[in-house]
Design a protein around this ligand. Structure first.
Ligand code: SF4
Length: 569
């Protein structure tokens, strides 16, 4: 059985509700399983249970809310909703329909990136539970709904100060509350998020829970979103979470919840609904079914307009689907304006300004690139949640004779990588007069943050910052090729401007994957060992090296293009 991991460990992964998958209903199995609750890590098991072990893996690690199904395998059962289904349905009826009627759709299987987000959410959830002393976890199979509800009642009656995964059913809807906290006048419902602020969609999420919990006869006197607090600074994790009261906002939403639930249930009883594509395909979460609903965007479609963002939907809705037909008076980013000209001309544009821009690159050059890790729960001094910390660098440094030497370093244990990385990077860049990085503000930002955490690193960091130049605007502000497809990322421009030098031949071919693998190598449980670890380190080295080699070759190409640029087009 495949895993969704949406609510593993009792925490809502930030993108979870768009990706979760229900499991087939196993009514009898559910009643065979033991009822167990865990208090402070100790298991409490109902008599008759052999071990009380929760069998989450057997259920694909799915959250209870997402396992609340049975529609396909038991069509005679009533159609039922869950918290995550409800919020999915608010985003798009078609998305909800597919989630319910095609639970095994390949689009719903989490890829490694999504799984990493879920895993991070689970770690945040575990840390959040530690903030509720004496809390009891409803630690039961995710599809043992009735048992979960019964165990929740038992925990409430037993005086538990807080209940994790507190489970309720009302209005044909199941919810498992991250934390239900006992209060003098009733209960406080707490929704844990791994985001760093309260978002609009969180309110709907809380609203359906309050509706179901109150509908179960439980007085909810307050509700909070408990999110990660960016102000928290390692090693003091006492303020890792911020708790934001949201009940007043939720009360305004609540009157509409029953009608929405009824509408979703009615929709699910019919055929696949027709829904026009639009901004809702991307917000609040990227829909996993874009591949089914979206066409293959032509090269000149406004979806591919540089820097257009959400505006592309507005343009398309107003009949502007082709970039080259956008009216001349329409204000565009200068690079998008060049993109439009290039599409109209049907060829690459190289501005004569490129030559002047390249004059900034006084040799010898060095080209640097970092790969970072960004733990939600910081682990190194001075770090805040999600701070990017460099754990790997690649540097191509030019010698006096113009030849290039490659330098590389990759962390290999859980020690703070910044002192060693910066020492080695400073050495590698010692002879360079200009240090290039593609998206240099990122490299500069993580270096500056490292210098704040380690004052002794100030001088080598400042020396690098004094020489750093961003390579990205060299392309974005002076060159457009229709092959860029509206992107100036290195992955987009390199194969076009330096044919034969792409990323397709690499086992790790993009930055998110690199970060994920580094995190697994450093903090995995267990981390990779032996041949696997060596292969992983080699793959990471090759990926990071390709980024800096790519910029080396890119600059050579830009110089050639600048020499050939006759004048403005
Ligand atoms: S791609 Fe868009 S229209 Fe299609 S299911 Fe997803 S949100 Fe709905």
């Amino acid at each position: 059985m495949k895993s969704t991991g949406v609510r593993r460990g009792g925490t809502s992964a930030e993108v979870g509700c768009a990706l979760s998958r229900p499991v087939p209903w196993r009514w009898k199995d559910a009643f065979r399983r033991p009822v167990g609750i865990r208090r402070d890590g100790r298991r409490v098991v109902r008599p008759g249970s052999a071990t009380g072990e929760c069998d989450r893996r057997a259920h694909g690690d799915r959250g209870a809310a997402d396992a609340y199904d049975g529609v396909r395998s038991h069509p005679e059962r009533r159609m039922r909703l869950s918290k995550s289904r409800f919020t999915a349905g608010l985003q798009c009826a078609r998305l909800l329909w597919w989630r319910v009627h095609e639970p095994d759709a390949p689009e719903l299987a989490p890829d490694e990136t999504r799984q990493a987000v879920f895993d991070q959410g689970h770690r945040v959830g575990a840390a959040a539970r530690a903030r509720f002393p004496g809390g009891v976890l409803i630690d039961l199979p995710h599809d043992a709904f009735e048992q979960r509800v019964t165990a929740t009642r038992a925990a409430m009656d037993g005086g538990a100060p807080a209940i994790f995964e507190a489970s309720f059913v009302a209005d044909d809807t199941f919810v498992a509350v991250d934390a239900l906290e006992r209060r003098p006048g009733g209960w406080r419902l707490v929704e844990v998020k791994s985001s760093t602020r309260v978002k609009t969609q969180h309110l709907q999420d809380v609203a359906v829970q309050v509706h179901v919990v109150r509908g179960s006869g439980v007085p909810v006197e307050s509700a909070e979103v408990m999110h990660v607090n960016r102000a928290c600074t390692y090693p003091d994790l006492s303020d890792l979470f911020a708790r934001v009261p949201v009940l007043p906002e939720v009360e305004r939403i609540l009157p509409g919840v029953p009608g929405r639930l009824r509408a979703q249930l009615a929709m699910l009883g019919g055929d696949l609904p027709t829904v026009a594509i639009g901004l809702h395909c991307e917000e609040p979460y990227p829909c996993p079914f874009q591949g089914r609903c979206w066409p293959e965007w032509p090269a000149d479609h406004v979806r591919r307009l540089y820097f257009v963002g959400k505006r592309s939907w507005e343009l398309a809705a107003n009949g502007y689907t082709s970039i080259d037909r956008l009216p001349d008076g329409m204000t565009l980013h200068p690079a998008a304006e060049r993109q439009r000209r290039a599409l109209r001309l049907g060829r690459r544009i190289v501005e004569p300004t490129l030559a002047v821009a390249l004059e900034r690159l006084v040799g010898p050059l060095a080209v640097i690139d970092f790969e970072t890790v960004s733990p939600a729960i910081p682990v190194w001094d001075g770090c805040h949640p999600y701070d990017p910390v460099p754990a790997q660098f690649s540097c191509h440094a030019q010698e006096a004779d113009g030849a290039w030497t490659h330098h590389h370093w990759l962390a290999n244990d859980t020690a703070d990588p910044r002192p060693e990385l910066i020492r080695r990077l400073a050495d590698a860049c010692r002879g360079a007069r200009t240090i290039l990085a593609y998206y240099a503000p990122f490299e500069a930002g993580v270096l500056a943050q490292a210098a704040l955490a380690f004052p002794k690193l100030h001088d080598p960091v400042q020396s690098i910052l004094d020489r750093i130049v961003d390579a990205h605007p060299l392309v974005r502000d002076h060159v457009y090729d229709p092959g860029f497809n509206g992107s100036f990322s290195l992955k987009a421009v390199l194969p076009v401007l330096v044919p034969g030098l792409g990323y397709d031949d690499l086992p790790i071919a993009e930055g998110q994957a690199a970060s994920r693998h580094i995190e697994r190598m450093l903090f995995g449980d267990p981390p990779p060992h032996g041949a696997e670890r060596r292969a992983l380190r080699d793959a990471l080295r090759r990926y990071c090296e390709r980024d800096t080699l790519g910029v080396v070759r890119l600059v050579e190409t830009l110089r050639t293009l600048a020499a050939g640029a006759a004048g403005p087009v």
